[in-house]
Structures are given as C-alpha cells and as structure tokens.
Design a protein around this ligand. Structure first.
Ligand code: ZN
Length: 104
C-alpha cells in the first residue's frame, strides 16, 4: 500500500514537472513573438523537447533573413545578385552588401 502511494506520488510529480516545462516553453514562445498555442501543443504531445526545438528553429530561420543591399540606391534584394541591377542600368557597377534583416 505504501509502495503504491509512492509510485502514485512520483507519477503526479512527473506530470506536474511535464506541464510546468510546457508552460515555460509557452512563455518563451510569447517572448519570442511566436505562437504559444503551437509551442504548448508540441510540448504536451511531443514532449517539451519538441517545444524547445521549435523555439530554437524559429529563432534561427524566421527572425533573420539575408538581404543584399545596394550602398548607392539603398535598395534591398532577397537574392544574391552580385551587382545592383538598378544601378547597372544607369551605368554604375555597385556590389551588393549582405545584411541580416530582422523579421517582425
Ligand atoms: Zn543600386
């Protein structure tokens, strides 16, 4: 009887820890302006590890995107064109500079 109660207590503790971790991941998702619903669903159904991976992946891939900026006309391109086509048509050879643009 005493053994069963301890097992039960361990299980409760495990579930509490599991949901607590899921809630922390949801809070982190909100701070990163991500979907906390998606974060909590991933954490509850696919363990909090999946939720943590979701947070990390999102911070790398959807927060910063490479932009190729022209220093002459200030125009940004999403593809690495090498030289600015606008300035090239005006007879200027301007090499585009790679920058990381923050996505909001
Ligand atoms: Zn240009």
């Amino acid at each position: 009887m005493g053994y069963l109660t301890r097992e039960f207590m361990d299980l409760i503790l495990l579930i509490v820890a599991y949901f607590f971790t899921s809630i922390i991941i949801a809070i982190l998702a909100v701070r990163k302006q991500l979907s906390w619903v998606r974060a909590i669903l991933l954490s509850v159904f696919l363990t909090p590890f999946a939720g943590a991976i979701y947070l990390n992946r999102s911070s790398v891939h959807s927060w910063y995107e490479p932009r190729y900026k022209c220093s002459r006309c200030d125009f940004s391109f999403t593809e690495p064109l090498g030289e600015c086509p606008h300035c090239k048509s005006e007879g200027h050879q301007v090499v585009l500079k790679k920058t990381m643009a923050k996505m909001t």
